[in-house]
Design a binder for this molecule. Structure first.
Ligand SMILES: Nc1ncnc2c1ncn2[C@@H]1O[C@H](COP(=O)(O)OP(=O)(O)OP(=O)(O)O)[C@@H](O)[C@H]1O
Ligand SMILES: [Mg+2]
Length: 297
């Protein structure tokens, strides 16, 4: 078992933040931790990494109690950049990790290249931008080849390019068998990374594999009325009212489909020479599920 959190309770004075939380991570996976500001994501991660105490419950990491310091050989925690020392360089930080983890300094250059810090990591941290600091943190969190990485809002401050490479890196780590628990408010980005989401709501965990909700909504616009009617006849005889919503007055046909199902419709359009104005698609994702869970319209 990679991680077990069992009946975890955590309060700050009389503010109950985590209320009897339980979940398991059984096999290498990318798991997102999602919830509004103040819902307890950082608190949960801090408890898991034994940075703060909790009131009751049990946390096991790689089958060991989370207070056992030997877990840090195989686990890392990417927290916010306040942990960086402004007068030291990125290189100094990586060297420090190599020292405490008894790793060869040869790993530093490799990891620096991988996360794209090799052209600045010998400069002092106080000269870095937010995104540069974030990349140094990322390098620090992967240099020990961990089995489990907890990442608290690692996307903060990353530019578009860095987000793309972060995505690839996460997938590469996962393919090598690393488990990643990642908190983020950038829900659209999570759609690219994982379907497995732990939502934190009112102190409780709601685990969702949002794959099962991942239908795509297609809005098909046809300007010619007779062609519109033809397509409407085809769609209404093949799809249920639950998934098909026609609005002939606006020339829009709206249909919800599972992945791959659009092919049948495209074939019909093609074979019947129907002229389409355009098709707009929108896939249900983490953001839509978030809105449902937190009752946001
Ligand atoms: N050291 C602390 N002392 C007292 N209360 C705290 C402390 N740290 C967090 N809290 C409270 O615990 C709750 C959860 O905070 P936490 O930082 O875990 O939320 P979060 O989900 O990480 O939020 P964010 O999305 O803003 O990072 C909040 O009500 C916060 O005020
Ligand atoms: Mg937080």
């Amino acid at each position: 078992m990679i991680c077990t959190v069992n009946k975890l309770n955590k309060s700050y004075k009389n503010n109950k933040v985590l209320n009897n939380i339980s979940f398991n991570i059984e096999h290498p996976q990318i798991l997102a931790l999602v919830g509004p500001n103040g819902s307890g994501k950082s608190t949960l991660m801090n408890c898991m990494m034994n940075l703060i105490s909790f009131d009751s419950g049990e946390i096991k990491i790689l089958d060991m109690d989370n207070r056992n310091p030997s877990i840090f050989k195989s686990v890392s925690y990417l927290k916010d950049n306040r942990i960086l020392y402004p007068y030291l360089s990125g290189y100094d930080h990586l060297k420090y990790i190599c020292d405490i983890q008894k790793l060869d300094y040869k790993n530093i250059a490799k990891v620096a290249e991988k996360v794209g810090i090799d052209n600045f990591y010998k400069k002092r941290v106080d000269t870095y931008s937010l995104g540069m600091k974030q990349r140094v943190l990322l390098a620090m969190s992967i240099i020990n080849n961990p089995k489990l990485i907890l990442m608290d809002e690692p996307l903060n401050g990353l530019d578009t390019d860095s987000i793309f490479s972060f995505r690839d890196l996460i997938k590469e780590l996962h393919a090598k068998g690393t488990t990643i628990l990642i908190s983020s408010h950038t829900l659209s980005e999570l759609d690219y990374i994982t379907n497995d989401i732990l939502f934190l709501k009112d102190g409780s965990i709601i685990y969702e594999d949002i794959e099962k909700y991942k239908q795509t909504e297609y809005k098909i616009l046809v300007n010619d009325k007779s062609q519109l009617k033809k397509l409407d006849n085809f769609l209404s005889s093949n799809y249920s009212l639950e998934n098909y919503n026609n609005n002939l007055s606006t020339n829009e046909l709206i249909i919800k489909l599972n992945a791959g199902e659009i092919n049948k419709i495209i074939k019909f359009i093609y074979e019947n020479n129907i002229e389409i104005e355009r098709i707009i698609s929108k896939t249900y994702g983490a953001e839509d599920r978030y809105k449902q869970i937190f009752n946001i319209n």
